[in-house]
Design a protein around this ligand. Structure first.
Ligand SMILES: [Zn+2]
Length: 433
């Protein structure tokens, strides 16, 4: 039986990085997206598409709204959902005072399951359909997250946090045990349905050299997995890491020594990097993950997208909740714009929407599966309504081209603008079982 469905609206996606290729923005004002068996079958102008549809094919009419690929949040801590909006600290105190106590509660599998469901409800409402997620050190926190994501049919990346030093007992593991626990989780979850495992050492300061070495070993033993961690976020953190690893010339050099700088490696923040670091990242095919709301909230610094671009390093965008202040990728683009402004660097609406869709997919090594509407891609997409609020409607109505319209959505939009989120062509919903 055919599961073909069509969706009419203003189609917007990217075929390439708009900074690298003129015409990378694909915009069909009155377009038709045809989905079959959960995958994109075709896109094109509505008039021709409707005429070619087999009789009886259902058509969802989102005319007047934007249809885009689902957003990709390349760095977020589901276990910090309850830490968002905790006032007034910089990174290291914030971890100690707020984050570690909250993460300690994830030893309780029921708590982890409850937060995982809340988190997924929240990101889907915000139009995020794929995320690279940090649970906690507790294997049950990973099981809870993957189980919840699997029930909803989501493409998600996650992995057990590895953290065997400089952390309180409830959130500390032990190097050999974390290797064994990670291995069991990889066997249980990696490649199951749409789920992918990421080896997840929290950051250099909370792992022994033995643990970092075992993290590299896990990656070597299971090709195709991701690695995710934090890098060069805050000056005090960088100083502390330098004291802990006096033999390393740079923060990135620590990860490099243990084989963690590689393809499908995601380095959250990457704010205070040298030219040599950027070259190392680019050569290895690792990606930098820009987390603007978090960087501003924690006072960490201003990410330099131009430096990343100049080196050829892939960049993704992320909320980094709970250091980040919103699950909305629209608000995240908005803050990325302001970060660029503070550095007197350009940042367009095309930059924002690219980073949150195809740019994220490329950084995650998933551009063959998600990120735009090329035929064959998994049909995770969203509908953004320009009628979300009276102000958005008024300002959007004054915009004269698609770049301006996207800029209005990026500067004024949030979850209220996300009228619908589709997963594999079906409305995202919380499973009742
Ligand atoms: Zn983080």
């Amino acid at each position: 039986m055919s599961t073909r469905k069509a969706f009419r609206g203003t189609l917007v996606d990217f075929t390439d990085d708009p900074r690298a290729a003129a015409g990378a923005l694909r915009h069909i004002e009155d377009g038709l997206l045809v989905v079959n068996d959960g995958r994109v079958e075709s896109i094109g102008p509505a008039a021709a598409g409707l005429a070619a549809l087999p009789a009886g094919t259902p058509v969802a009419d989102h005319s007047g709204s934007l249809i885009l690929p689902g957003f990709i949040d390349a760095h977020v801590h589901y276990a910090q959902t309850d830490v968002i909006a905790s006032h007034g600290k910089q990174l290291l105190d914030w971890l100690t005072d707020y984050t570690f106590p909250a993460e300690g509660r994830f030893a309780d599998a029921a708590h982890a399951a409850m937060v995982a469901e809340f988190f997924l409800d929240e990101i889907l409402k915000n139009g995020t359909t794929t995320a690279a997620v940090f649970p906690t050190v507790h294997p049950q926190s990973v099981d809870a997250f993957f189980s919840a994501a699997q029930k909803r049919g989501l493409r998600m990346i996650a992995g057990k946090v590895m953290m065997d030093v400089n952390a309180p007992d409830p959130v500390r593991d032990e190097a050999e045990q974390s290797y064994a626990d990670s291995k069991a989780l990889i066997e249980r979850w990696h490649g199951r349905d749409r789920l992918l495992y990421a080896v997840t050492p929290r950051f250099a300061a909370t792992s022994t050299e033995r643990q970092l070495q075992l993290a590299g070993q896990l990656l070597d033993e299971h090709p195709g997995m991701h690695m995710q961690t934090h890098l060069a976020e805050n000056h005090d953190e960088i100083k502390w890491v330098a004291e802990l690893f006096p033999w390393s010339k740079s923060y990135l050099g620590i990860y490099e020594k243990f084989g963690l700088v590689r393809e499908n490696a995601l380095y959250a923040h990457s704010i205070h990097l040298s030219e040599a670091d950027w070259q190392t990242m680019a050569r290895a095919g690792a990606a930098a993950v820009h987390c603007p709301t978090s960087n501003l909230f924690l006072g960490s610094g201003l990410f330099n997208l131009d430096a990343a671009n100049a080196s050829g390093t892939a960049v993704a965008l992320a909320t980094d909740v709970g250091g980040g202040t919103s699950f909305s990728m629209l608000r995240t683009m908005h803050e990325a714009y302001k970060v660029a402004q503070m550095g007197h660097r350009p940042f367009t609406s095309l930059d924002g929407f690219y980073l949150a869709t195809l740019g994220g997919a490329r950084s995650l090594g998933l551009a063959d599966k998600i990120g735009n509407f090329n035929p064959g891609k998994e049909a995770d997409f969203i509908v953004l309504s320009p009628k979300a609020t009276p102000l958005i409607e008024r300002r959007y109505g004054l915009a004269t081209d698609i770049a301006q319209k996207l800029f209005v959505m990026m500067m004024l939009g949030d979850e209220r603008a996300v009228a619908a989120t589709y997963i594999l062509g079906e409305p995202a919903r919380r499973p009742t079982i």
